[in-house]
Design a protein around this ligand. Structure first.
Ligand code: ZN
Length: 251
């Protein structure tokens, strides 16, 4: 685990090939995403390492309900009992009314490269025994509730990676929490910098691209992504770095 303070109130935390974020504005802590199940102890520890107690956590926000973003939530609910919020559509995903994640075949295909084999080994270790995890307590967040949470946030619907994927903007410090809608690196990728996740992870690739392009125009100076390092940027640079639009996804 590595904790990186990216602005006055915001800490980006790197866990097992995935990030979560903590916002501590003095009124309490908002947690954005929660690592893999195997990151649970580190998620709890990161809250203590920024000088806060678990009881200071006011809410957990989920960008999307993939296993590498919800792992510590059951334990946090047990200890703190705070609410868990996400976008209205992603609530259904968190409750596992349906599942949009990489298929077993998609994972097997990664074994073709050394990079892929290392990623599969890390992933299997990190989800071990929790493949069926759901967050039945997830609820849809409304603008007033989000604005009143530590950090004062705004939700940005960012469909594509999952249908209900939701990014969050903290206007007071111009920080964008993009989840997996826009990342800056991944173990399966050679290069770092603003990019989409490999297509195998995205439910709708063309929509993921359009969403990332729109997200790159959001007024923010710091990007805290779900994967890769947090970066500071000038808005115009991001869209160009994403490259050309992929062919339309066919169902
Ligand atoms: Zn994801």
């Amino acid at each position: 685990m590595k904790i990186d303070q990216v602005s006055h109130s915001v800490y980006a935390v790197a866990g097992t090939n995935v990030n979560w974020a903590l916002i501590d504005d003095g009124s309490g802590v908002t947690v954005i995403d929660a690592g893999y199940p195997a990151d649970t102890a580190d998620v709890l520890d990161s809250i203590r390492q920024i000088g806060r107690r678990l009881a200071d956590v006011r809410a957990v926000l989920i960008t999307h309900a993939h296993l590498d973003h919800i792992g510590a939530i059951p334990t946090l609910i047990e200890h703190v009992g705070m609410p868990v919020y996400t976008g209205a559509e992603e609530v259904r995903h968190a409750k596992r009314e349906y599942l949009q994640q990489i298929t077993p075949v998609g994972m097997l295909k990664q074994l073709a490269t050394g990079r892929g084999r290392r990623w599969v080994a890390h992933t299997l270790r990190a989800v071990h025994g929790h493949i069926g995890m759901a967050i039945p307590q997830a609820q849809a967040v409304d603008p007033a509730t989000l604005a009143a949470l530590p950090g004062g946030l705004v939700a940005i619907p960012t469909p594509g990676h999952t249908s209900g994927h939701t990014a969050y903007l903290m206007p007071a410090e111009s920080v964008l929490f993009s989840g997996d809608a826009l990342v800056t690196g991944h173990p399966l990728r050679r290069h770092a910098g603003p990019q989409l996740l490999p297509a195998v992870f995205n439910h709708d690739e063309a929509l993921t691209y359009d969403t990332a392009t729109n997200l790159a125009k959001v007024h923010a100076y710091t990007l805290v992504p779900g994967h890769g390092l947090p970066i500071s940027f000038d808005s115009p640079g991001i869209a160009a770095a994403l490259g050309s639009r992929p062919p339309t996804h066919r169902h």
